[in-house]
Design a protein around this ligand. Sequence first.
Ligand code: HEC
Length: 125
Amino acid sequence: MRIIYLFFGLICLGCSTGIEPEVEVETAKLDGRQLMEDNCYACHNTQGTDNMLAPPMFRVKDHYWDDNISKDEFVKAIVDWVENPIEENSVMPGARRKFGLMPKQSFEAEELKAIAEYMFDNDLD
Ligand code: HEC
């Protein structure tokens, strides 16, 4: 009998250590770079080709960035814009004239945040 308990005990140990890391991987990190490429690069590609539909992302970042801005402020500004792209909120009048106003699209809030955080943390050139 004791051996059977021991046996189940070991299985349970196996379960908990096996499952926990998987759950962490799923919830801990969204890949901001991949999400940006998937959701934004259809228009904001960085290739500088003739048929661009929007300014490249590093130009966008330049307009939102300044040396004193905190990560929270930057992320909020990007998220606010994407959720509500209206002329009054725009800081890129030249891009608006050239490409027209960015269309309103719906994105997952968490994914949008991960994209904006990636933009803040990384050199987009
Ligand atoms: C369907 C094309 C399209 C997609 C997809 C797109 N954008 Fe844009 N975006 C534009 C255009 C066009 C502009 C330039 C005109 C403007 O500023 O409204 C722009 C401008 C911007 C600006 C600057 C706004 C301003 O004028 O101050 C930000 C910030 C931005 N996009 C973020 C994003 C992010 C983040 C994503 C992905 C989640 C994204 N965009 C996806 C077309 C797009």
